[in-house]
Design a protein. Structure first.
Length: 88
């Protein structure tokens, strides 16, 4: 499974991107379950954010959804955090 995260906005307006390929990982099933829940809660269009908040584009195996602060679900927050931390 290929997971991509793009974060934009914030006070400085800096964009950050990262991606993960979970195939072959021992925790691949955990990543898959988390990604499926995060995508299920996403929107097909960009939501209105808040001033200086972050907006996110989450793509899992070619399916893209959008989310924004402060409306992230716990699953979206965890997935975004993990991909930005562990991804390339």
């Amino acid at each position: 499974m290929r997971i991509q995260v793009r974060r934009t906005g914030g006070f400085a307006g800096i964009e950050r991107r990262a991606e993960m390929d979970t195939s072959g990982r021992a925790d691949g099933r955990e990543w898959q379950a988390l990604a499926e829940r995060a995508v299920a809660a996403g929107r097909g269009t960009r939501p209105a954010g808040v001033p200086d908040g972050f907006s996110y584009e989450i793509t899992v195996d070619g399916r893209t959804v959008y989310a924004a602060d402060p409306s992230l679900t716990e699953e979206q927050r965890e997935l975004i955090s993990r991909v930005l931390k562990e991804g390339a």
